[in-house]
Design a binder for this molecule. Structure first.
Ligand SMILES: [Fe+2]
Length: 257
């Protein structure tokens, strides 16, 4: 079917400038490459790739250069937005030329996919600035008949973990105020929580995707790693009737080719 759009989401790769950089015991470049290998074997080619923040762990320019190396030659548009660990100035420098896009709005047939910026300097939590809220409201007001999948880094609903909810989207109510004024928002998609989340609110699909590196244990009062969960990515299919079919793809091999 030509009017079904296929997307892949990779989130929270936490790369370092150094190729062997490790976060909590895993080499984040290796786990990212493992998820990409699996995606290329099983869910390829997508119409676009979404990368929903925390591309860098060390806020270095080198981490984004490494990211460009990984994603730059796939022949697919790569749409990025910043997370709390990111350095937006380096993203704007290195991720604004094709095939990369930074905080843009993808249009795929009848679908509109805004990539929103919730990065707040000095805060692990996030906030959508008035510019982002106005941008979203404008898009929704002027895109009647389109279906919306809204992407951001921080979770706009409770994650179920008390410690994680202290670093959520701090003005989620402002986002919901806008979303709830429209009936053509089909889904919200985020990263940050390093675990799978799949729910609905008034018919809007709410999706969080595990990281391409380490996962966090769900429903915890205090931080804990989920040692049982491998790296992952998500595939999505956007249908012309507004339906979204999606699943998290857990990585079942980390062996190099
Ligand atoms: Fe994050």
């Amino acid at each position: 079917m030509t009017d079904v759009y296929r997307l892949l989401q990779f989130t929270d790769p936490h790369l370092y400038a150094e190729r062997g950089g490790e976060m909590r015991g895993v080499r984040t470049l290796e786990t990212l490459l493992a998820t990409m290998r699996q995606a290329r074997q099983r869910h390829w080619p997508p119409d676009a790739i979404l990368v929903t923040g925390d591309i860098a762990q060390d806020e270095s320019q080198g981490a984004y250069q490494l990211f460009r190396e990984c994603f730059g030659a796939l022949g697919v548009p790569i749409h990025c937005l910043p997370g709390n660990h990111d350095a937006p100035e380096f993203m704007q420098e290195l991720l604004t030329q094709a095939p990369f896009g930074y905080c843009e709005t993808l249009t795929l047939g009848d679908w509109c996919v805004p990539m929103l910026d919730s990065h707040t300097p000095g805060d692990a939590g996030g906030r959508l600035g008035q510019d982002q809220l106005d941008r979203l409201a404008d898009l929704l007001n002027h895109s009647a008949g389109k279906h919306f999948l809204i992407c951001l880094h921080h979770h706009p609903v409770s994650s179920g973990s008390r410690w994680l909810d202290t670093v959520a989207l701090r003005n989620a109510a402002d986002l919901w105020d806008i979303v709830e004024q429209h009936d053509h928002v089909r889904g919200l998609l985020w990263g940050h929580v390093h675990q799978e989340y799949d729910d609905r609110r008034n018919g809007v699909l709410l999706l969080a995707t595990p990281s391409t590196c380490r996962q966090f244990k769900p429903n915890m009062i205090k931080f804990a790693l989920d040692e049982d969960r491998p790296p992952a990515y998500r595939w999505l299919e956007l249908y012309p009737d507004g339906n979204i079919i999606t699943e998290v793809a857990w990585c079942d091999t980390q062996d190099p080719d």
